[in-house]
Ligand binder design. Sequence first.
Ligand SMILES: NC(=O)c1ccc[n+]([C@@H]2O[C@H](COP(=O)([O-])OP(=O)(O)OC[C@H]3O[C@@H](n4cnc5c(N)ncnc54)[C@H](O)[C@@H]3O)[C@@H](O)[C@H]2O)c1
Length: 376
Amino acid sequence: MEKLRFGVIGIGNMGTSHATCLAKGEIRGAELTAICDVNPERLQTVRSKLGEHIHTYTDPEAMFDSGEIDAVLIATIHYTHPSLAILAFEKGLHVLIEKPAGVFTKNVRQMNDAAARSGKVYGIMYNQRSNPLYQKLRDLVVSGELGEIRRTNWIITSWYRSQSYYDSADWRATWSGEGGGVLLNQAPHQLDLWQWAIGGLMPSRIRAFCAFGKWRNIEVEDDVTAYVEYPNGATGLFVTSTGEAPGTNRLEVSGDRGKVVIENEQLTFYRLRVPESQFNREYQGGFGRPECWEIPIPVEKGPDKPHQVIMQNFTDAVLKGAPLLAPGEDGILGLTLSNAMYLSTWTDNWVDLPLDEDLFYDLLQERIRHSKFKQE
Ligand SMILES: NC(=O)c1ccc[n+]([C@@H]2O[C@H](COP(=O)([O-])OP(=O)(O)OC[C@H]3O[C@@H](n4cnc5c(N)ncnc54)[C@H](O)[C@@H]3O)[C@@H](O)[C@H]2O)c1
């Protein structure tokens, strides 16, 4: 295959942006041949801008069967990602999905199984994995430079959204239309990086406090504080909100050999000259503490167009066998964390991982039944 022919499905805000960059030839080795949306007017408007040679479909299956595409980029609303991806895999297509992978892990597990059966390339648009700050943190953790993890702390309250944002579409911030709030729409990037950047370490249990409609007139959560425990005894805190201004974006990871802080686009390594555990073993002087060097780690500026990094990498994976920066299978990890945070809040209790996916599904269905937005 010389060129990977893409079809984009869901031509809204994000899908239009992805389709435009493919149509402009900004991804080497890829081209846009088809677009699909349930809204025909939307399709015509976008086609008139991108070129009349682009095929349009209102039915996803017809696009999958057309023979005009090799890969599909799914940029529809969250609930539909797994079912569309499963169908695409069954039709023999490579699949790149938008985040979040879906709304509930049970469904995403089925998507992962379908991907494995198909043998096709499967990616997820975790564009923030292209940020060198988080890549460097991952490097420091995986290489052992930071030592065994002791604590993670992420305050990510810079996702400010006003009431007018929530009022801009009736499916937004409803259980039935979107399936969640800040954990599902804005923070999935951080929920992914929170475990990816520390070498894939997942908590063993979670206690969370989600506040539903605390700052805005919405039925889902707009404020969350979650405490987690890891299998090695480390602990972590994740705080997010859409109602706070000015917000904070600060990630702190402590290990046996020091502490890394990422804030204001900078990464600082507070490096202990000897690991804390060794210092504690050897030191006999009472009130002393380990010598610490504050080191600003030089990190390249992040890419101007991070989504394109993922699309280029996905294309290279199909055409040249390049390793994926964000494999689709990883989507279930961040979603497990958010599902567990809801479940802990709803049951007012600890949630152990692996998650009780059936219980989460049942409790989500209850909320969907009482949701003010009704799916057609
Ligand atoms: N990676 C990122 O940085 C990023 C940024 C924004 C949005 N997103 C994700 O992209 C997805 C879309 O978000 P958006 O803001 O573009 O939403 P949007 O509402 O602007 O667009 C969604 C489009 O999908 C179409 N659609 C819905 N169901 C469909 C179906 N079954 N078949 C065909 N078309 C269908 C709608 O008509 C609409 O045009 C979401 O999952 C969102 O989380 C990702």
